[in-house]
Design a protein around this ligand. Structure first.
Ligand code: CA
Ligand code: CA
Ligand code: CA
Ligand code: CA
Length: 210
């Protein structure tokens, strides 16, 4: 059932019309109700008429469907990775509304960082990698668990950042579990590749280091 009250969110139907088997109107009744505040396009519980920041994708930047938002204006309120000042990530679209050339993605948004090695001493992990051609302003290290990896595309969750091409962290990994790490370089407000999955597809960011 499509949205009926104009807020873009579906209503819930309760009850079943009684079918008298004859042509014409059926008996019984069908009650429709909305589990959300009526006219609440972003589902935050504040009706559009009172909401000063309609933010459908919950990235902190709002749309101007009902009024000029008091929060920053979102250039794509369907994509939580796209908003003014966003780090551009390797996802094939422009993420920073204010970047030159938006909505085109930056040419090198998927640049590679190679030769990642990990040296483990107890729960201490030393990550080292090669500085990519073209350099980098910094690096983001993402961490995931085996179920993320089996899903095939998740780029993990922000674990640490580094300004140089090495990083020492403590990560007491429980026995019998598997943890993986993904490293991405950052330069000029653009994050590079988080590597490609088993099928050769760029990993989709699940989280972004800020
Ligand atoms: Ca709202
Ligand atoms: Ca938004
Ligand atoms: Ca957005
Ligand atoms: Ca991008």
């Amino acid at each position: 059932m499509g949205p009926l009250d104009g807020d873009g969110r579906p209503e819930v139907a309760a009850g079943t019309p009684g079918d008298d088997g004859a042509t014409g109107s059926d008996e019984g009744s069908l009650v429709l109700f909305s589990p959300f505040v009526v006219g609440d396009c972003d589902g935050d519980g504040i009706a559009n008429a009172y909401d000063t920041c309609n933010d459908v994708d919950h990235d902190g930047a709002g749309n101007a469907i009902f009024s000029t938002p008091t929060c920053p204006l979102d250039c794509d309120d369907t994509n939580p990775y796209t908003y003014p000042g966003a780090l551009d990530i390797c996802d094939g679209v422009g993420n920073d509304c204010t970047a030159p050339g938006y909505p085109a993605p930056p040419a090198d948004e998927c640049f590679d960082v190679d030769d990642l090695t990990v040296t483990q001493t107890g729960s201490d992990l030393l990550f080292q990698w090669a500085v990519p051609a073209g350099g980098a302003d910094g690096y983001n290290l993402y961490r995931g668990v085996i179920s993320d990896l089996q899903a095939g595309t998740t780029g993990g969750y922000c674990f640490a950042s580094s300004a140089t091409n090495s990083l020492q962290v403590s990560d007491p990994i429980p026995l019998g579990t598997i943890t993986y790490y993904v490293l991405a370089g950052v330069r000029g407000g653009v994050e590079g590749s988080r590597g490609r999955d088993f099928y050769g597809t760029e990993r989709t960011p699940g989280d972004v280091c800020h």
